[in-house]
Design a binder for this molecule. Sequence first.
Ligand code: HT7
Ligand code: ZN
Length: 885
Amino acid sequence: PHTIYLKDYQPPAYRIDKTELRVDIREQSARVSACLAFERQASACEQLFLHGENLELVSVAINDRTLANDQYQVDEKGLTLFNPPASFTLQTEVTVYPKQNTSLEGLYKSRSIYCTQCEAEGFRKITYFLDRPDVMSDFTTTIIADRASCPVLLSNGNKIDSGTLEDGRHFATWHDPFKKPAYLFALVAGDLASIQDEFVTQSGRKVALEIFVENKDLDKCDHAMTSLKNSMAWDEKVYGREYDLDIFMIVAVDDFNMGAMENKGLNIFNTSCVLAKPETTTDVGFQRVEGVVAHEYFHNWSGNRVTCRDWFQLSLKEGFTVYRDSCFSADMGSSTVKRVEDVSVLRAHQFAEDAGPMAHPIRPASFIEISNFYTITIYEKGAEVVRMLANLLGPDEFRKATDLYFERHDGQAVTTEEFVQAMADVSGRDLTQFKRWYDQAGTPRVKVTDHYHEASRQYSLTFSQSTPATPECSDKKPFHIPVAMGLLGSAGELALKLDGETLDDLPEDNTQKVLELTEPEQTFIFNDVPEHPVPSLLRGFSAPVKLSFAYSRQDLADLMQRDSDGFNRWEASQNLALAVLDDAIRAFRQGSLEGFTVDPLLIDSYRQLLGDEQLDQAMVALMLTLPSQDYIAEQYEEVDVEAIYSARRLLTKTIAAELVEALRARLTAYDNRKPYSAEADSIAARSLKNTALAYLMQDPSQSDLDYCLAQFNNANNMTDEVAALSALVYSESPLVSEHAEAALAAFYQKWQDEALVVNQWLSLQARDPRPNALLRVSALLQHPAYDGANPNKIRAVIGAFCMGNPINFHTGLLDDPSAGYRFLADQVIALDAKNPQIAARLITPLTRWRRYTPARARAMRAELERIKAAPELSGDSYEIVTKSL
Ligand code: HT7
Ligand code: ZN
């Protein structure tokens, strides 16, 4: 495998102005005929290389003349044309094998549905092409298949023809009037049912909306349709972006490597991101459907109308689109809850990536396999960078800048430079330093100290920033970091007047400011400060950094109660919990948790929270939830898995015991007879009730257990049903164990025909922290519900065990502590030949070996070596393994 560098970018030698495809699908294979109109862009070209992989070439002609053997050459990477003319039509015919295509890239079969996945480089598995995003073409596609097995034939754009052929076959021809790169091409053929609706755009155009699924799933499409219409309206209102074709289609398939794909006018989705109904889908599932439908729809502008010049620019479309979908979800529900959720994911997983061997900037400088760069860094950190720009410019200028960007670059393939330039042009700001966020990896540390001078009533905050070395660079230059902040006095928020500012400079509400850090060290002095305040820093998580300030525990308890910034109230709860967890981790490491007492300040703060009737119930639930094991691990240089697990477990049990009455009061306050609704306040009420239930089931009374069993048996929605099931399964109380086994069996019996529900059942067991989980996981792999070719099932069992069950993954089996690592390596090696993208992703937990104690690090490393030595390892897995060794 070889490395591709951004610095080597060259524009394509040819354009492909028109692409005509004819895809003739038969049970055993498909014949793809392509007619491509090439125009030379540069001076003479002796050899033109077209990408093509896993294609069986049947014929090749230029301007209708079959090529002689010395006019072309074919190898496993593509087709080379020797001395092609300046302007010509290339005709090729190839055979492909959708049923045997287990990589789920190119044209493949998912259950009975033929579908495609072309991003990033899958089109080359369909036909020979310049498969790169800066080659944009006008596509006309004819699909031919059996009418009985494939009554529905879809592709991008508008249907321009259809008809009947001999032998029970039929065809449909689609034309997409918008030029697009090949990665946005799609086709679907299958026996699909659909729901239909309509959206009238702000300029009065009618757009037909259609969601296609297998007939059995037709009752689970309404939420996706509502989400789609909400997204269309939101993009018009917030970004002035209108949909451009006459039809927008979504197709759901079971076998899909990621969540969904934004193909022009024909989005293809993993069923897990479309299907939802209360009986089978949790609240988290409903929110995911809404978010992913929005994300793919928003790509129509941020990605499709304005696309990427090359794959190094991936965050141009992904970071921006994640930012857009997260603002949309914030507007549909609670913005603070959404922010907390996003930041939790970022800090537990992106920060870990940024500190590991796969760390890369949001615009990487090189890669071996682009599929490995669909990372949490490109997506979520990319979104944080756009969020910082949006906050620096303010809403009006940011909107002007996005308008300018879309208008300037409509129909073009551009770079992140152009995106930032639009921001700079509108705002007049110099964003040169800001652009370091695009090419320096790593999470900046920001250390803050303060000083209060009573006599002068001056308060100063000193910030110093530094960024640890990452593989691409060890000498980091300072970042431009916006720090939103306020100051808490004893009676509330204080007015902020920076030294040098006059009253005229200040807005009416001047209790919040954004301080812009640009130097390694900077001090800000505030005047007329009446008392030593408690600073509230990095409000709303205004930059993706690790900020530290020496808060006392009482300060944190105070911020938890009183900060006007909802995000920072939650942040204070996390920091207070982390401090107490650290006490327990130290005690564990010094010998034992026996007799350890949990700081009563944490218990009292939680008690206050449980009694707070004003605060959004979802926020109460989030603040009562201890930091995840991954986020706790992030706080330490060396991860002590047992100490973290034991400390968190002890705190959970202590909180449950100390607050039993307040927790029960939350159950009593909840009205179980309310009909289900997916609105934010209903979701919030359920989340608090189920958080309380999980605590109570740590050591339940008979009536707590009865409540949980009744909820499990009578719930009218999956959120409550699965919350009760996991409270039963994860309880260590002897009162519960036989009920847990029975509930697991009953759940499977009830839901065995609902694949997505079965995935929940699998993953709940794979995450079970009790000892010897690996034995149960190995049994699950043999269960009839498991399918080793389906990425959702792989994620539900192998992914959930290796990434969501750290205590079992790292401790293995009682007599075999490395068994978890060996299990993962075995699974990766077996999967790599079939689906390299999914195999490579699974390796992630092993890549972090340097963070663990020496014996574990050695064992993890040995498994990486074993994967590396596997015969015919894919480029995908090779890249991850070699970069992490
Ligand atoms: N833009 C889409 C990326 C995607 C993808 C990438 C690699 C392999 C399979 C894939 N399926 C979809 C998804 C998105 O971000 O919208
Ligand atoms: Zn995307």
